[in-house]
Ligand binder design. Sequence first.
Ligand code: F3S
Length: 442
Amino acid sequence: MGRGPNCLPESAVLILMRLTDEEQAMLAGESGRGVQKAMEILTALGTIYGATDLVPVSSAQVSGVSYKNLGDAGLEFLAEWAAQGARVRVPTTLNPAGLDMARWQELGFDAGFADRQAQVIRALAAMGIRTTCTCTPYFVGNLPERGDHVAWAESSAVSFANSVLGARTNREGGPSALAAAIAGRTPRYGLHLLENRRAQLMVEVRCPVRSTADFGALGVMVGKVARNRVPYFRGLGELREEARAHIQAVDQGSATGPSPDLLKGLGAAMAATGAVALYHIEGVTPEADDPGIITPNAETIVVNSLAEGYAMLQSPQSESVGADRIDLVWVGCPHASLDELAQVIRLLDGRRTRTALWVTMAREVRAEAARAGLVAHLEALGGRVVADTCLIVAPVKELGFRSMATPSGKGAYYAPGHSGMAVYFGALESCIEAAVSGHWKI
Ligand code: F3S
C-alpha cells in the first residue's frame, strides 16, 4: 500500500486527504484491524465531504445504542468490531439504550429484548466506552470547552455542544462517531471550520418565549424554515455564563443558577424538524458576538407568535383513545436535569398521579437525585425516574401506552411515528395536571 496522500486502502476509495505518518500506518492496519476499519470509515467520509485532513478530537458521543434500532445486524457489527481489538482513544459516552438497564423488569420490558440490549452494551464497553446511555452527556462529565473539536452523534447533544458550549462537531452518525473515538480523530470539514459556523438565517423573536414548551414550539417552527442553515436569534433572554455554571454545578452534584434546559429543548426541536446542528443567540451563546458571525446576505424571519409550533406538535388523533384521556406523561427529552425533576415534584405538590409519569434522565443524574431524596419523593407519588432510555428509542408500543402528554418539542414531534401514541403537547404545568387528573386540559 502506498504511503502518499493519495494512497488506496483496501476499500479502494481514493483518499484526497493529507494524512500524517501515524495515520497512514493506522490505515494500513499496523494498529490492528479495529483501528484500520475506523480509519477506512473516516477517510471515506472525509473524501466525500472534501476534508483536507483529520483533526484530533477530545471526546466522542456515540448513538445507535438501542437494540430496537440496531437489530441483530447492528449487534453483530459492533461485536465484530470489538473483537477486532477496537478500543477508544478519547473519553466516549453513549446515547440512550432501549430500556432502563437496572429497572427494566419492573417497567415491563421483555426479557429477550433486555438480553440483546445487554449484549450491545457489553460490546461497546469492551471498546472502553463509558456506558452512560444518555443524550445529555454534558450533565455527566463529557463537557468540552469552547473551541474543542469533538465527534458527537445525537442531534440534540450535537446542537448543545456546538451552540451552548462552543465546541465543534458535525452531526455524526453512530458508526462515524465510534470510528472517531477509536481513531481519536475526525475529518476536518463542516462545523469544524469557522467559516461554516456563521449564521445564514436571522430570527427576530417578538413574542414571549419562557417555558420548555415555548422553546420547543419555537424550535420546531424555526427548524422547519432553517433546514440545515445556522440560525441567529434576536429577542431571547440572557443565560450564557449562568447556563455553563449550572451545568458544571450539576456535574458536581449541586445545581444552582438558571437552567440550561430551555437551550437543550430549543436545539433538540430545531434538530428534529430541520437539520440544525448549531445556533447562536444574541447575548447568550458563546460565539454570538464574534465579528462576522452573521453572513451579509442572511435571510430574516420574524416570529410574532408560537401558535403554529404548538399546533404542529398536537397529534391526539388516535380514535381508539377516549377524548383527551392520557396514559402517560413524559418529561426528560432531552434527558432531564435535577432542576427539571425537582420542578415536577413541586408541581405535583403532594398529589398522586393517575397516569404513568416518567422522568427520563442519565443514570448518574438519577443517582444524584436519589441521594437528594428526589427519586423516592416522586415515586411515592406514583411517578418513575427512568434512566438509560427514552420513549423514542424504547419499544414502548409493547408497554401498552396509547396516549401521552409531554412538554418536549422533540418528544412530541417524534412520539406519534416512533411509538404510535396520540400526543398532547403543552406546558409542564398542563402535563402535570394531566398526570394527576388522567385527562388533558389546556
Ligand atoms: Fe434524548 Fe430520546 Fe429525546 S435520545 S433527545 S430523550 S428522543
